[in-house]
Design a protein around this ligand. Structure first.
Ligand code: TZP
Ligand code: MG
Length: 220
């Protein structure tokens, strides 16, 4: 596998209820367009539905070089052999997940300075910073932090991050001026008739503004 931050360039937050295409076609197009990570979110689904979708997704991406993350549920992540789990403030605390599920990559939502303190101390591997803009996808979203707020949090985090919340092909360029590794996108991709085209546009912006490599990476 590549370094984690290479998988955080274009992070798809999958809400299958939004899809205009069958799941397999959508995922194929999204990955061909440049998606590097897929988080199964499907908030409205039952546990059985999420298990079935997770297994289906696992089969679809078996031959693809993408990171597979399950939202909220470390047990489901382990059961389906996902690479990791994404945790928010109402989920199991990340330090506990780290102890109980040492094989999982742990992502954590970051909305304010207090979250950065938890992320630093809990052994979290990456952060999702936002919502940057208003979002239709998350009904219980925390306060919008704006582009500047997102950049400030990204700069103080010791782990790679993705900006999240209301990101589209039209505003993605503004996300890439800080230490964040990429962007996380739900509706702009899931609702697209042409997900490959949208993914390719977003990915091109991310790659254009990618931060310079660390000195240690150049010396490796
Ligand atoms: N966390 C913060 S905003 C958000 C999540 C899961 C929703 C992102 O969805 P969209 O459609 O890309 O705004
Ligand atoms: Mg959660």
């Amino acid at each position: 596998m590549k370094p984690l931050k290479e998988y955080l360039r274009l992070y798809l937050v999958l809400e299958t209820s939004m899809l205009k295409l069958p799941l397999e076609d959508f995922i194929g197009q999204a990955v061909d367009g440049g998606v590097t990570a897929i988080q199964l979110r499907d908030k409205g689904a039952t546990a059985n539905e999420r298990l079935a979708t997770a297994n289906k997704l696992k089969r679809i991406i078996a031959d693809k070089d993408v990171l597979f993350i399950v939202n909220d549920d470390p047990d489901l992540a382990r059961a389906v052999g996902a690479h990791g789990v994404h945790l928010g403030p109402t989920d199991m605390p990340p330090d506990k997940v780290r102890l109980m599920f040492p094989e999982l990559i742990i992502g954590c939502s970051c909305n304010d300075f207090a979250d950065t303190v938890i992320i630093k101390s809990a052994g979290v591997h990456y952060a999702g910073i936002g919502p940057v803009f208003l979002t239709i996808t998350k009904t219980d979203a925390r306060p919008v932090i704006g582009v500047d707020g997102m950049h400030k949090l990204a700069e103080i985090l010791p782990v790679p991050s993705v900006a999240i919340g209301g990101i589209t092909e039209n505003n993605v360029g503004r996300m890439m001026f800080s230490a964040n590794a990429g962007v996380a996108v739900a509706s702009a991709l899931c609702k697209a008739e042409n997900p490959q085209g949208i993914a390719a546009k977003i990915r091109a912006s991310v790659d254009k503004y990618r931060p310079l490599p660390e000195l240690s990476e150049l010396q490796a």
